[in-house]
Design a protein around this ligand. Structure first.
Ligand SMILES: Nc1ncnc2c1ncn2[C@@H]1O[C@H](COP(=O)(O)OP(=O)(O)OP(=O)(O)O)[C@@H](O)[C@H]1O
Ligand SMILES: [Mg+2]
Length: 370
């Protein structure tokens, strides 16, 4: 899969223009605050996912404008395809091959990408929510139906939590809890089984990549920590039974808390380096290498499942790596279309675009000034 053309109108600080990348390595070069990450973010939006910067829709529209339009022509499934996203009134609306789609979720899985920016260090450093959303986002790209199971789980969880909060005022409502428990356990078991299967595949690749990055000196381990059971191997039926059991056991506690204290919304991904928790004991470099391995593994699994390699988006990543890690990374990415942002061009590329105050050029700015 690769991008042939990218077009933006009223997108953040970027001047309305058309960018034509190459199949291999594309370097996006410029000083700070010129628009490099804005280009990466724009490419990422075609996956149908949220901005990896956590921005709201309205933040993506150029100051003073009321809408933005981004468009890409990309090659996938043996032919050119087109995706257009219009951002207006706090919403994104997509057209795929000029046919408007009712829901943004309908484009998930069409344009596949893996993004890695320094912010992704939160994968190791922050709490379980970041790790769950990494896993869930990655699965959605390989299995778009998974998004609807997640949504169903979220809705049931909200309903159950609302009920928990009203029971202290009306104890007769307690009888209804078991109905929600069953639905929550059923949706949760589907999610846990899918996550376990995905993490198993991810782990095989990530461990290999970490071994390469550390030149065999350190060992990475990743494992799925399921809330309702001790081991990470997950059979949907078994998880359903165990989580239903736990939900029932903890009903009184949940009523006291006013929220659901067990379920897949409490699961986690454990990341260990040399048998110790990477968050607590890992050095900055080790944590960065662990995230890089996870991201490379995400690309590898995506490529395997889709039968096509995803587009790789690397924002401010190279400057954080030493030369041997940079080389390792670039070797592992050969054969994929890559977009790399940097302030100074240090890597060999197939194409370089320079960005200055939102203006794109194929020549360095100021290069014609003698
Ligand atoms: N909605 C918007 N409308 C206009 N300009 C915006 C909007 N959102 C952000 N900007 C501007 O975009 C610029 C930042 O762009 P971006 O984050 O892409 O920079 P960058 O080139 O990646 O810089 P760095 O090297 O520091 O990461 C800032 O000057 C910011 O004010
Ligand atoms: Mg940036």
């Amino acid at each position: 899969m690769y991008v042939k053309q990218l077009e933006f109108r009223n997108y953040r600080n970027l001047n309305d223009s058309v960018f034509t990348p190459e199949k291999g390595i594309n370097v996006i070069c410029g000083n700070n605050a010129q628009g490099k990450t804005n280009i990466i973010e724009c490419l990422w939006l075609f996956t149908g996912g949220r901005s990896f910067r956590g921005s709201k829709e309205k933040d993506m529209i150029a100051f003073g404008k009321d809408h933005a339009v981004i468009k890409t022509l990309f090659f996938t499934e043996g032919r050119d395809q087109e995706l257009e996203i219009r951002i207006e009134k706090g919403k994104r609306r997509a057209s795929l091959n000029r046919i408007p789609r009712s829901y943004l979720s309908q484009i998930i899985g069409k344009f596949c990408a893996v993004v890695f920016s320094p912010d992704h260090l939160t994968l190791v450093k922050s709490g379980p929510e970041e790790r769950r959303s990494f896993i869930d986002g990655a699965i959605c790209q390989t299995d778009p139906m998974y998004a609807s199971v997640l949504l169903r789980y979220k809705k049931i969880l909200n309903e159950r939590n609302n009920l928990l909060r009203t029971i202290p005022e009306n104890n007769s409502l307690k009888e209804m809890l078991s109905i929600w428990d069953e639905s929550l356990a059923a949706a949760g078991a589907k999610i846990a089984a899918k996550r376990a299967e995905y993490i198993k595949k991810l782990s095989t690749f990530a461990v290999g990549f970490y071994d390469g990055i550390s030149q065999g000196k350190e060992k990475l381990e990743i494992d799925y920590k399921i809330n309702c059971k001790a081991s990470s191997d997950a059979d949907e039926k078994e998880i359903y039974e165990l989580s239903l059991q736990k939900l029932t056991q903890k009903q009184e506690e949940d009523i006291k808390c006013g929220y659901t204290t067990s379920g897949v919304h409490r699961d986690d991904l454990t990341i260990k380096i040399n048998e110790r928790d990477a968050k607590t004991f890992g050095s900055q470099g080790q944590q960065r290498s662990a995230v890089l391995s996870l991201k490379l593994a995400e690309a590898a699994v995506l490529g395997e499942e889709k039968g096509e390699k995803p587009v790789i988006l690397l924002d401010d990543v190279l400057s954080e790596l030493d030369v041997s890690r940079q080389n390792f990374l670039l070797t592992k990415l050969s054969g994929m279309q890559v977009f790399i942002t940097c302030c100074e061009k240090t890597v060999k590329s197939d194409n370089t675009v320079y960005v200055d105050n939102g203006v794109l050029s194929d020549k360095p700015f100021g290069s014609n000034i003698s």
